[in-house]
Design a protein around this ligand. Structure first.
Ligand code: ATP
Length: 650
């Protein structure tokens, strides 16, 4: 989740000069999209306002409302008329004045947003018309991008490609999404009538122009590049979300203090011709997240942004300036409880709050505080239009609606997008109208009515003064009128509370979804960490085991070698030595036996020993001489000496 601090940012505006010009476009009703039995949107000739009349089954609770817009395009309006009124002035501001601009479509699912922006196989959308007009205006003064030093181009945080390189990269993925492409094949269809007769005068006679296109979508509050390889196959890796941030470098001609934020890491493709531009857009559109809603298939389930960057170059191909046109196809709101719909509704609700605030003058005359940083959608939309280099010339919102579509969803969108709103005389519910039509209404009926209004007021925190507190006794009609107006007020509050409740539910769904995603991501990360550490341990253990086994084998090998390689001479020598050893042992035993037999006893000590002063030892004693006797070995020969000492030792 985005953790950047959200702040309230004042944007100068007044009710007469709104940030967004808001146009209403009614689409022709068709049985496929009609959810209401009767038409609930009606225009008055020559007026730029629309009346919303609740269908019969809901009229008990709702009043007729009147909404004002910059202009209303009725069902019969053509794409070109809408283009000339909305996008063309923005194009002129960009080419002539170097100003940024935004055009967005807003509406219930199936109300005609994508049709307005991209048309169909018979008519062009705003996008194709804008590109055609631009390329017609530039003519032969379209810059050759091969001669432009891309390094000096003001495209911080972006990856700039030319169309052939882009196609080369995309070629590998073309097969993967050919089925998706076919839904948008009309974008590049050549035989759709062109917009002739519109000419934007270029400001000088020497400048050259280049057009860079980029496309991204905001899906579940995350930004994804659409000019990437197809995402249709099941083996496609996870898409990388991009960040909306301040660029690290400041463009040379940006004199504003507040540098405009950019979507970092976006692919920007240089289109040398109208045909190339359409191919790029078709590719991006095929990558957009779509699915089926209860009224539309395919339905856009993300907010799609197309950025047309108009770059101005000197005759020596040095960049001189840049203006950014942003065409936004917002996802349609829908009454669904899926997390995806929750996320869409939540972002649209934030947009609605901002639009409402832009149209409300503040009490103290200061500009309204528009909380446009509270959601990513409003931040992208508002900062694209009103801050940064070149300033902004404003923005257009085309609200699309079906006069026989979903009443609740449509009236909700009109309520927050309209420039002004007026509630006409309240509709009186059947039970009350019976009461008010009876002039001789009884006291008890009035009391009952007062009671029901009071209880409603308590439920919705509305204060109703007690009837008896009035200084003068009002007439029954006055009381009834007053009570009815209170009742109406209470009903409006109830309706508001219901809407808020629904918005909160959507918010909860969105939070739940975000938390789930975060937890899942975290879990995935942890599992991956555990898996890696287990693998590392296994590897270490395996290495250790291998070393251990190798060592063992080495030792065994060595043992086997000694055994195997010992020369025969060694065995013979061992045998010889063992024989020698045995012989000596036997000899020793023999000698010992002999010496034992000749154990010295009285009279057996040789004479010379006795003469030398030695006395006869008792059995088992050593022959000992007197003091000063010659050593025995000097007296006896060796053999006699040995026999004597050995027997003496025993
Ligand atoms: N003014 C119109 N004239 C003719 N056909 C229209 C008009 N508006 C919409 N349609 C048709 O209605 C269908 C639904 O329109 P589209 O896809 O533009 O709705 P959407 O508002 O973009 O819906 P979602 O939000 O679900 O994407 C399409 O087949 C489109 O061609």
């Amino acid at each position: 989740m985005d953790s950047s601090p959200r702040s309230l940012q004042p944007i100068s505006n007044t009710i007469n000069d709104p940030l967004f010009k808001v146009f209403l476009r009614l689409r022709p009703s068709s049985p496929r999209f009609s959810l209401s039995e009767t038409r609930f949107l009606n225009t008055a000739p020559g007026q730029s306002c629309i009346y919303v009349t609740p269908p019969a089954d809901r009229s008990r609770h709702k009043a007729t409302e009147k909404f004002a817009f910059t202009r209303i395009f009725e069902e019969t309006s053509e794409q070109r008329e809408i283009f000339e009124e909305t996008l063309l002035p923005l194009l002129e501001g960009a080419v002539i004045g170097g100003q940024d601009g935004t055009l967005a479509t807003l509406g219930v699912t199936g109300s005609g947003k994508t049709y307005t922006i991209l048309g169909n196989d018979r008519v062009k959308g705003m996008t194709q018309m804008a590109l055609e007009v631009l390329f017609n205006a530039f003519g032969h003064r379209v810059v050759d991008f091969n001669k432009v030093d891309l390094q000096t181009l003001d495209n911080s945080e972006a990856l700039v490609l030319d169309t052939p390189t882009f196609h080369e990269r995309m070629q590998s993925s073309l097969d993967g999404y050919s089925s998706k492409r076919s839904s948008f094949a009309h974008i590049t269809t050549p035989n759709i009538p062109s917009v002739s007769g519109i000419n934007i005068p270029l400001p000088d006679s020497t400048s050259r122009y280049g057009i860079l296109l980029s496309m991204y979508e905001l899906y579940n509050d995350r930004i994804f590049d659409l000019l990437i390889e197809s995402s249709s196959s099941s083996s496609t890796p996870k898409r990388k979300a991009l960040i909306f941030k301040k660029p690290s470098t400041i463009s040379a001609w940006d004199t504003s203090k507040e540098q405009k934020k950019v979507v970092s890491g976006l692919r920007k493709v240089y289109a040398a011709s109208y045909a190339e531009a359409l191919q790029i857009i078709e590719h991006g559109q095929a990558n957009r997240t779509v699915s089926t809603t209860h009224t539309n298939n395919p339905s856009s389930r993300s907010h799609a942004f197309l950025q047309i960057e108009i770059k101005r170059f000197s005759s020596r191909n040095t960049e001189r300036g840049s203006a950014n046109l942003c065409i936004v196809d917002l996802a349609g709101s829908e009454r669904s409880r899926t997390a995806e719909a929750g996320s869409i509704n939540r972002s649209l609700m934030c947009l609605g709050q901002c639009l409402q605030l832009q149209n409300q003058g503040s009490d103290n005359g200061k500009p309204s505080i528009v909380p446009w940083r509270q959601s990513k959608l409003t931040e992208l939309l508002f900062s694209n239009s009103f801050s940064g280099a070149g300033g902004g010339q404003g923005a257009c919102m085309i609200v699309t609606a079906d006069a026989m579509g979903d009443f609740s969803a449509t009236s909700q969108i009109l309520r927050y997008s309209a420039l002004a709103r007026e509630v006409s005389a309240p509709r009186i519910s059947r039970s009350l109208s019976v009461c008010s039509s009876v002039s001789s209404c009884s006291e008890s009926a009035v009391d009952a009515l007062a009671g029901s209004v009071s209880s409603l007021a308590i439920a919705t925190d509305l204060t109703v003064p007690p009837l008896s507190a009035a200084p003068e006794e009002p007439s029954k009609d006055t009381i009834i009128a007053r009570l009815l107006s209170k009742l109406h007020e209470t009903e409006s509050r109830l309706q508001l509370a219901e809407e808020r409740c629904e918005a909160l539910e959507n918010k909860c769904l969105f939070i739940e979804q975000s938390v789930r995603e975060e937890v899942a991501d975290d879990m995935e990360l942890r599992l991956e960490e555990v898996r890696r550490s287990m693998l590392d341990r296994l590897r270490v253990e395996e290495e250790w085991r291998e070393g251990y086994v190798d060592g063992k084998i080495e030792i065994m090998k060595r043992g086997i070698q000694v055994h195997k390689d010992a020369p025969r001479s060694v065995y013979l020598r061992i045998e010889e030595l063992e024989d020698e050893n045995e012989r000596l042992r036997r000899e020793l035993m023999q000698l010992k036996r002999e010496a034992g037999n000749r154990s010295p006893s009285k009279g057996q000590i040789p004479r010379e020993v006795r003469e030398a002063g030695y006395r006869t030892p008792s059995k088992g004693q050593v022959v000992k001489g007197r003091k000063g006797s010659k050593p025995l070995k000097d007296v006896l020969n060796l053999e006699a000496f040995r026999a004597l000492t050995i027997s003496g030792e025993r």
